[in-house]
Design a protein around this ligand. Sequence first.
Ligand SMILES: [Zn+2]
Ligand SMILES: [Zn+2]
Length: 187
Amino acid sequence: MKRISCACSKNASFRHYDLAADLPARHCPDCHAILLAMQDYLPWIERHFSDRQTVEPAPLPGRETPSRARPCPACQRIMGRYRTGDENSFWLDFCPPCGLVWLDAGEWEQLERNGLSPYLDIILTERWQKDIQSHKASSVRDDLLRERFGEAAFAEIRQVREWLGQQPNKRDILAYLSASLSGRNAK
Ligand SMILES: [Zn+2]
Ligand SMILES: [Zn+2]
């Protein structure tokens, strides 16, 4: 793997890091930024999300969080900024010539929480970015989940989610459901 330095400190350089099972990326041990190559990401999508729905995005407008554009750590060109459009919208930095996505610490986890981690390549399209600017009302996550589970199941999921959100011991309930449905500790 080509050595790439991180601008956060003089000696920091990106190291191999498994972002998810079967998804290699690079990680800066100093600032915890993640560099993800599209050439690793796209085959991962093929292998694990081959049933991924084609999405007609209708995302929330991204919260305007002006922050500095950063140079690509591989080629030093200024990276493009792309709104994610999820609930706590943040910007992804992407260098198209290198195919490298920059993720600040915690951003991948946030994409995962919002069900957006399998849609990175779609988020980085002009179409998605335009839709984020033109749509005001609906949430991208809801649209994705509605596509994925179907309208009826999605309505049920929302009800369960709402009920669960009101329970003081929701983590216990979730842990129990998850364990019993996966067959472990099923009693
Ligand atoms: Zn760094
Ligand atoms: Zn670059």
